[in-house]
Design a protein around this ligand. Structure first.
Ligand SMILES: NC(=O)c1ccc[n+]([C@@H]2O[C@H](COP(=O)([O-])OP(=O)(O)OC[C@H]3O[C@@H](n4cnc5c(N)ncnc54)[C@H](O)[C@@H]3O)[C@@H](O)[C@H]2O)c1
Ligand SMILES: O=P(O)(O)OC[C@H](O)CO
Length: 320
């Protein structure tokens, strides 16, 4: 069993925290799972938490990672994040400049907290199932061996296997692109195109995810692992996925805004899709499924036309 750590849950919303303390639950996000009795809850400043901690795990969406890392930067504490995606392109970003496209977590960390030991904890893991103690396997990715080991020692246990991987580029590309592909499979299933079509999307999606990863410096075998194939299969087929739900809602005729509003939780693929395509184009990488998702999210094509565009592509060899 993992060691009995002292764990403090920090939240920026003091009212939400007070409610969690009162009810012993997180009614908004995991209403059916009582919080562990040993869990401390704190709304003190993040700096105060960082000063006292041996390890910080950040569970904000990608949109909050930069700001959170900036607050943690002065403290010599190792940090891992759970968020999966590319940072949304910032308004006013200078085309051609380094801020012209959204970044992965480790690229953000290199900009705002280069002295910290950082990593990503990723892999197929619906939060609800983890909270229920159902068997789950994760990957702890970092170029820093001590941090990988710290994450394994802190979290590996009877219900949670944690594998270490030094390929943080591959692990982060896998976590980001699978969300975009899950929108595509949600759409495919929402249109009732069949199981053959879904399997084709997953397989060809894995191919385009791997192409982007390799162009960004990842290793191919990472995409056969938990953060590649593993998380793609889970998110593309599991009905708990918010990204998959966005695709299903679009197929049912909802607008993107209606789909996003009805979730009440972040669907990172909606924000990452444009960056995925933008970075792929800059690198000369073909990502036709992601391109279709972007055209759909931007309202340039209707759901059925997106499918027709994919099926209408010319024949290709399966491998390059
Ligand atoms: N939910 C899952 O099953 C799951 C599993 C693995 C990874 N993830 C990833 O974790 C990230 C968060 O997902 P989620 O499901 O918790 O999203 P969510 O939308 O359900 O909740 C996000 C929480 O982060 C808070 N938040 C937003 N910006 C913040 C900031 N700057 N500082 C502090 N808190 C902030 C919000 O108030 C909210 O409480 C996403 O990148 C997601 O891809 C989610
Ligand atoms: O609900 P989603 O689509 O954000 O997926 C959650 C996790 O990333 C699955 O591993």
């Amino acid at each position: 069993a993992p060691a009995a750590h002292h764990v403090t849950l920090w939240a920026r919303d003091a009212a939400q925290l007070a409610e969690m303390r009162r009810s012993g639950r997180n009614a908004r996000y995991l209403p059916d799972n009582p919080l562990p009795a040993r869990l401390a809850l704190s709304a003190d400043t993040l700096a105060e938490q960082a000063r006292a901690a041996d390890l910080v795990i950040v569970a904000t969406p990608m949109a909050g990672l930069r700001e959170t890392l900036q607050q943690l930067a002065p403290w010599p504490v190792p940090v891992a994040w759970l968020c999966k995606g590319f940072e949304r392109v910032r308004d006013g970003a200078d085309a051609g400049g380094s801020a012209a496209f959204g970044l992965l977590g480790h690229e953000i960390a290199a900009q705002v907290a280069p002295q910290l030991a950082v990593g990503a904890l990723s892999g197929p893991s619906f939060a609800r199932e983890v909270a229920e103690g159902r068997p789950t396997a994760l990957v702890a990715a970092s170029p820093n061996a001590e941090l990988r080991q710290a994450l394994v020692e802190a979290l590996h246990g009877p219900a949670l296997r944690v594998y270490a991987n030094d390929d943080i580029v591959g692990v982060e590309v896998g976590g980001a692109v699978k969300n975009v592909l899950a929108i595509a499979t949600g759409l495919c299933d929402g249109l009732n195109l069949g199981l053959n079509a879904r399997a084709a999307l997953i397989t060809r999606g894995l191919a385009e995810m791997t192409r982007l990863g390799l162009a960004l410096g990842a290793r191919a075998d990472t995409f056969m692992g938990l953060s590649g194939l593993g998380d793609l299969v889970l998110t593309a087929t599991g009905d708990l996925s918010r990204n998959r739900q966005v695709g299903q809602l679009l197929a049912a005729g909802h607008t993107l805004q209606q789909a996003v509003d009805s979730l009440g939780h972040v669907a990172e693929g909606v924000y990452s899709a444009r960056t995925v395509v933008q970075r792929a184009r800059l690198l000369g990488v073909e990502m036709p499924i992601s391109e279709c998702v972007v055209a759909l999210l931007d309202g340039q094509v209707q759901a059925r036309d997106a499918v027709a565009a994919l099926m209408g592509r010319g024949p290709k060899g399966e491998t390059h």
